[in-house]
Design a protein around this ligand. Structure first.
Ligand SMILES: [Zn+2]
Ligand SMILES: [Zn+2]
Length: 393
């Protein structure tokens, strides 16, 4: 029995660490131990480690660690790509080793041996396509095409030049400091793909997320059905009720069945928990990116809008307090005493109305279907677009 508790504790600790690491910065976890663990894992632990290395090996040790950090975090590198391949390869290998001997089984036909292989192969193919496809690199010889793809909104995008590439910066593009290039309709630099996600590969990235979400759901359900098939084939419920005289109700049977599963199939249970958790994370990530696509915006633009709105609010606040101060001074000089309360309430009210008036006006949002079409068929790749451009140019 102690082994089961050890397994359950192991699972719970792993789950807490994975969730804290990946989602600890989410607002819902603010002020909870999850956010503290996230801070420790992402920043605190590394700082302690650096101090430890400095104390033991001196400056040479610290410099070595910092140069490794520079290579891993600030330069394009295939580390996360290799980790992805290791995770998907190991997971599939363990599934084959532990569960393929039960396929075909009571609930699963032989086709799942091949279907699972095909599903994993498609997943890896989507990963490779996203990793090695052109995200929409803007160069001197194609910049005119990208400049015509989107107009400047003159709010978050104005006409300017990239100081590094020395070429005009198309609206919605961004210079990726890791890849050292300008990328059209830049979303973010993805470490897992070791590639930028931009105008031309957002579609593959979305397909990757959706496919891996479905893959995890498929794996979880398939292993669940393997285990359900084992329960049926070995007549576990029959043995428990007839030979061990356990009451034939879900409540009485459940603890014994769980105990048997943890005893006989603990690896499959851990695989199910792992894939279940990963599928939830992927669902959240896919929903976030799908929403961006359907509203025709990007991760980069989300940050730009946040900056713009907070900057506008500060500007309005500054203007209002200057005006209030002027009015106060004027009141003091005309009547000899301050009319503070009236002025303050007036400006506070107008300030509130002004800050409420700042809204995100996304000129690129052309409606649900149009936005989706634009992701699947990027503007700069369309034949009609190229044709009209070459005619007009
Ligand atoms: Zn650039
Ligand atoms: Zn990049």
């Amino acid at each position: 029995m102690s082994l089961h508790w050890a397994l359950i504790c192991h699972g719970l600790i792993t789950l807490t660490i994975v969730v804290s690491f990946l989602c600890g910065q989410w607002p819902i976890f603010q002020g909870t131990p999850i956010s503290s663990i996230h801070r420790f894992l992402t920043f605190g632990a590394y700082q302690y480690f650096l101090r430890f290395i400095g104390a033991v090996f001196g400056d040479r040790g610290t410099n070595l660690i910092l140069s490794v950090e520079y290579y891993c975090c600030d330069r394009p590198n295939p580390i996360l790509q290799l980790i992805y391949l290791a995770i998907i390869g190991t997971t599939y290998y363990i599934i084959v080793k532990t569960s393929f001997s039960y396929i075909p089984g009571y609930y699963l036909s032989e086709v799942h041996r091949y279907a699972s292989f095909l599903a994993v192969a498609v997943g890896i193919l989507l990963f490779l396509v996203t990793s090695f496809s052109d995200p929409g690199t803007v160069k001197a010889d194609n910049v005119s095409r990208y400049l015509s793809a989107y107009p400047y909104d003159n709010i978050i995008y104005t006409e300017k030049e990239c100081p590094t590439c020395k070429i005009p910066k198309p609206a919605r593009s961004k210079h990726c400091s890791l890849c050292n290039r300008c990328v059209a309709r830049f979303d973010h630099h993805c470490g897992w793909m070791n590639n930028c996600i931009g105008e031309r590969n957002t579609r593959y990235f979305l397909a990757f997320l959706l496919w891996h979400f479905l893959l995890c759901i498929y794996g979880t359900i398939a292993i669940g059905l393997v285990l359900a098939g084992r329960l049926k084939e070995l007549q576990i419920v029959h043995v428990l009720t007839v030979y061990y005289r356990v009451d034939n109700s879900l409540r009485s049977l459940a603890p014994y069945v769980v105990q048997w599963l943890l005893d006989a199939h603990n690896t499959q249970i851990l695989l199910m928990v792992f894939m279940g958790v990963v599928s939830l994370l992927l669902a959240g990530f896919f929903a976030y990116h799908a929403n961006l696509c359907l509203t025709n915006t990007t991760t980069n633009e989300t940050f730009k809008w946040q900056d713009y709105i907070s900057w506008q609010k500060k500007l309005i606040e500054a203007r209002a307090s200057t005006a209030a101060l002027k009015a106060n001074i004027a009141g003091m000089t005309t009547e000899g005493k301050p009319r503070e309360s009236k002025c303050k309430s007036f400006f506070r009210q107008s300030l509130l109305q002004d800050t409420e008036a700042i809204v995100k006006k996304n000129v690129y949002d052309k409606g649900f279907f149009h936005n989706l079409y634009e992701v699947v068929f990027p503007v700069s790749t369309r034949a009609s677009f190229l044709h009209t451009k070459s005619k007009s140019g």
